[in-house]
Design a protein around this ligand. Structure first.
Ligand code: GLN
Length: 492
């Protein structure tokens, strides 16, 4: 039996109805990973034994009449920068090639309590720095729609595992677009939550003021369900906001008549490929036909989002990554002469090129002579970006935009040109700078039949509204159901 055309909520319901058991389902997914992942490389670790053991436990609890959650017993997987007790958490880096955390991230704990079956850990750009999953120490992940092409990143493994049918849903992290952009490249749905809505406890830090964990799924309803499980205050994270979990009751049905959607016209100009622009413009028409009001606006300041983001993200990264000294975690160079030599050679050996570039950039913008000119200036622009989003949300309920300027490109095509890679983040980074939520869902196909996504952006804690609009779009269209050859079983 193929489970590839079923969502996590549907599979959860089938388990509840005793149509399948969690063990049966988990075994089917493990078999599928064995067949498929040599082509996709979405997984860094597959924990078949652990997953089957969890599935047995969860099934026993369900059989005993316990209600764990709507997703109990459904197999999923987690990005490799989220700590899982006793299970390798490498961050896609040689630096953490042997790091098995002694504790679970809060999100992992919450998922386990909800009956999630964790299949393993997912490939990513090294320390989540990148937009293609090519900087992983464990090799590039490959796009299930065309294995010559990138998955996007940095949560490339998270998006590809769902798109290829290797996991029903997954967790990713998003510092500047790392959930939304791979969702667009792989034709799946994802949510970057409001900053502070999901605990970062146990998420290996890249840029702490921007990082958020979020869900990736086959449709927006699955993502919302996962988000309702992982969100909500956590005393272990001082930036976690003191609110209850996000509640999506009533968001999956009903219409969006009277909702106002803003179109930032400056997002649709130079730099956006025609084959991406067209499906996003068509999506705007679909929203109009569903009863939404469309209003044009300009958010000019976001033209400065890329330099602002790269100054701040690199500054925070250079500080966060100073803990990897060859002593406390992971890799250590043997046969060193003295302590300084341990630091120096361990870091030189175990960090990749992109990580080193960012540590250097970050150290530079934080250095005493340049702090004001770069770091302080970037903080001020960040505030202006936040203010202009606040202004925009006076005029509309949410904003629609492309997710990325292109469809997924060929592996290797951009890897020698970091600036070009950074420019691919133009539509996503301002959302993290402002701390607001963004949703990415498929809305069509571009060149070479590669998927194209659209982004819906709202004010803080407007996730239910964004999900309502996204669900209305998915109820009216089929883009999220168009499967690639792996999902169709072509290779299986
Ligand atoms: N592509 C962006 C970067 O390289 C975003 C990464 C992310 O969101 N983790 O910084």
């Amino acid at each position: 039996m193929s489970f590839n055309n079923k969502t996590a909520l549907e599979l959860g319901q089938m388990i509840k109805n005793r149509e399948i058991s969690s063990v049966e389902l988990t075994r089917a997914f493990i078999d599928n990973i064995e067949k498929t992942d040599k082509d996709i490389n979405a997984f860094i670790t597959v924990d078949a034994e652990g997953a089957l053991k969890t599935a047995e436990d969860v099934q026993a609890r369900i059989d005993a009449g316990e209600h764990l959650s709507a997703l109990a017993g459904v197999p999923m997987a987690i990005k490799d920068n989220i700590c899982t007790k006793g299970m390798l958490t490498s961050c896609g880096s040689k630096m953490l090639y042997n790091f098995k955390p002694p504790y679970n991230a809060t999100v992992a704990d919450r998922l386990y309590s909800a009956g999630a079956v964790v299949l393993g850990k997912l490939n990513m750009d090294e320390f989540a720095m990148g937009g293609s999953t090519e900087t992983s120490y464990f090799g590039a992940a490959r796009n299930p729609w065309d294995t010559e092409r990138v998955t996007g990143g940095s949560s490339g493994g998270s998006a590809a595992s769902v798109a290829s049918g290797e996991a029903v849903y997954s967790l990713g992290s998003d510092t500047g677009g790392s959930i939304r952009q791979p969702c667009s490249f792989c034709g799946v749905s994802g949510i970057k939550p409001t900053y502070g809505a999901v605990s970062r406890y146990g998420l290996v830090a890249f840029a702490s003021s921007l990082d958020q964990i979020g869900p990736i799924g086959r449709d927006i309803k699955d993502c919302a369900q996962v988000l309702s499980i992982i969100s909500g205050h956590d005393a272990k994270d001082s930036t976690s906001i003191k609110t209850a979990s996000l509640d999506f009751g009533g968001c999956f049905e009903g219409d969006i008549k009277g909702m106002t959607i803003g179109v930032p016209v400056n997002y649709f100009g130079d730099g956006l490929d025609e084959d991406v622009k067209e499906p996003v413009l068509k999506a705007i028409d679909t929203f109009k036909s569903l009863g939404a009001n469309i209003t044009e606006l300009e958010i000019k300041i976001t033209d400065y989002a890329i330099p602002t983001y790269y100054v701040l993200a690199c500054a925070e990264a250079s500080s966060n990554l100073s803990r990897y000294d060859g002593i406390k975690y992971g890799y250590r160079r043997k046969d060193c002469e003295n302590l300084l030599d341990v630091y120096y050679t361990s870091r030189s050996d175990a960090f990749g090129m992109e990580v080193k570039r960012r540590i250097m950039l970050g150290s530079f913008v934080l250095s005493s002579g340049y702090y004001d000119a770069y770091y302080n200036k970037a903080l001020k622009v960040r505030r202006l970006i936040k203010n202009s989003f606040d202004d925009a949300f006076e005029k509309c309920d949410m904003i629609i935009s492309p997710v990325a300027p292109t469809v997924a490109y060929k592996i290797g095509e951009n890897s020698s040109d970091p600036l070009k890679m950074y420019l691919g983040d133009i539509y996503t980074v301002s959302v993290n700078l402002a701390g607001i939520p963004g949703v990415s869902i498929p809305c069509g196909f571009g060149a070479n039949n590669m998927p194209v996504g659209m982004q819906l952006i709202g004010k803080s804690f407007s996730e239910p509204k964004l999900v309502k609009a996204a669900a209305a779009f998915q109820n009216a269209t089929d883009f999220h159901k168009m499967q690639n050859k792996y999902m169709k079983g072509g290779r299986a």
